[in-house]
Design a protein around this ligand. Structure first.
Ligand SMILES: Cc1cc2nc3c(=O)[nH]c(=O)nc-3n(C[C@H](O)[C@H](O)[C@H](O)COP(=O)(O)OP(=O)(O)OC[C@H]3O[C@@H](n4cnc5c(N)ncnc54)[C@H](O)[C@@H]3O)c2cc1C
Length: 396
């Protein structure tokens, strides 16, 4: 593993830095702290359009599908530089990171032509309809039914915890198309237009106060047969493709976010006072800050290892589970340290005059709880590592 950049990568980085300097909206986070979730999303969607127009969306996607055809390392540089420049995130998180790559891997030429460019531009937002009330960790227990009638599937069932369901134009939906099948067999992965008659979206409120995810109900929803991604009845392998990308890509963004947050926290520890001395002079908190710094650095190195492997094999491997475990558990410990550094200020949310950094710390603390559940719980990641990396017997 070589961590030094090549001349080409340095040129890529400098060109990107120049573009970010000219285009990143100043102070966007504090100016938008009072926005509703919908207003903020509109802003992020417009930002994605700017990134797309600048030729920077889908950096590692093949040129044939509207990407830049860059290396995975350049994708990492893109993630790092956009975070370091304080750029807004891209709106179509799931389309770019999970569903687009799955369409590239399994889609027909017509599907690639139809969907990929609109994912990059943010013209069409995607959600991921996998989990059901009785099928989360045990996804193979899913029951949403897709009955083939002539040239359409008729879909009936329920999904839950669907992030961005309220904003999505399309849903990557995993269904049971063979009523006599069980577990991993007889499943079909469908691309479903969220405006189809019979689709109902009900927001679920989270402890952050937002409704980032939803319940989805499907009642006799007609989906054209050409919207099956991959072979009919073989949707399980397509779904696994999506999950591998989910585990491998989320960590990259998080590592840079944590680094930025960490440096801000260290700055706050130096400037805030408690009990007659600076917080940074508290021996216990100094230990915890140093520990967070070490863990964030380990995450960066683990991510480099995963990228190296992915550039060699072309697909993310089960080490994605190590990254997922690493960033999600690290974030909960880190946010706890932040809460101890900030003391009572840690609880002040956006809108409160005395809130530090527009209430970002209170939000991050609460949001971190979901990290060890989304994209597969910590127990499931350990099962995957135990079985696929260590060769231990399966847990079920
Ligand atoms: C913020 C957030 C966003 C999400 N976004 C989406 C989304 O966009 N699309 C989507 O489809 N889903 C989404 N999810 C759902 C997520 O994938 C599921 O919540 C997750 O897979 C766990 O499933 P479950 O909630 O049904 O819990 P369960 O599977 O019922 O698990 C309950 C507990 O049992 C443990 N457990 C279960 N099986 C085993 C086992 N074999 N060995 C050891 N322990 C086990 C689990 O680790 C957990 O602690 C999201 C969840 C969150 C929190």
């Amino acid at each position: 593993m070589d961590l030094t950049f090549t001349a080409q990568e340095l040129q890529f980085r400098d060109e990107l830095r120049g573009w970010l300097r000219r285009n990143v909206p100043r102070d966007w986070a504090s100016q938008r702290s009072g926005d509703s979730m919908e207003e903020r999303f509109r802003f992020l969607r417009a930002w994605q359009k700017t990134v797309y127009a600048g030729g920077w969306a889908g950096v590692a996607w093949p040129k044939a599908y509207g990407g830049r055809g860059a290396s995975l390392m350049e994708q990492v540089i893109f993630t790092e530089e956009t975070a370091l420049a304080g750029a807004p995130p891209l709106a179509n998180v799931l389309g770019l990171g999970l569903i687009g790559p799955t369409i590239i891997a399994f889609g027909s030429a017509g599907q690639k032509q139809r969907y990929l460019d609109r994912i990059l531009s943010g013209e069409e937002i995607w959600c991921q309809g996998f989990s059901e009330p009785n099928a989360g960790s045990d996804l193979a227990g899913l029951r949403t039914e897709a009955r083939l009638e002539d040239d359409h599937f008729v879909v009936n069932g329920q999904k839950v915890w669907t992030s961005y369901g309220w904003a999505a134009d399309w849903c990557a939906l995993i269904t049971r198309s063979d009523p006599n099948s069980s577990r991993h067999h007889g499943l079909t992965y469908l691309l479903v237009d969220m405006k189809s008659p019979g689709v109902e979206v009900r927001p679920l409120r989270q402890m952050t106060g937002e409704s980032e995810f939803c319940e989805l109900f499907f009642r006799d929803v007609r989906v054209p047969v050409e919207n099956a991604l991959g072979k009919i009845g073989e949707g399980w392998s397509v779904a696994i493709g999506t999950l591998m990308h989910e585990r491998a890509t989320l960590g990259a963004q998080m590592q840079v976010t944590f680094r930025r947050q960490f440096h801000r926290l260290a700055e706050l520890a130096r400037s805030m006072e408690r009990g007659g001395r600076r917080v940074s002079e508290d021996p216990l908190l100094r230990q915890k800050l140093a520990q967070s710094y070490i863990e964030i650095e380990i995450l960066r190195l683990n991510q480099m290892r995963a990228i190296t492997r992915q550039s060699q094999t072309g697909v993310p491997g089960p080490e994605g589970s190590i990254l997922k475990l690493n960033w999600s558990e690290l974030n909960q410990r880190f946010q706890q340290t932040a809460a101890e550094v900030l003391g009572p200020y840690a609880q002040l949310t956006a809108g409160s005059e005395a809130a530090v950094d527009s209430g970002q710390w209170a939000y991050s603390y609460l949001r971190a709880r979901g990290n060890t559940i989304e994209a597969g719980t910590s127990e499931i990641q350990r099962n995957i590592i135990g079985h696929f990396v260590l060769g231990l017997p399966k847990s079920y």
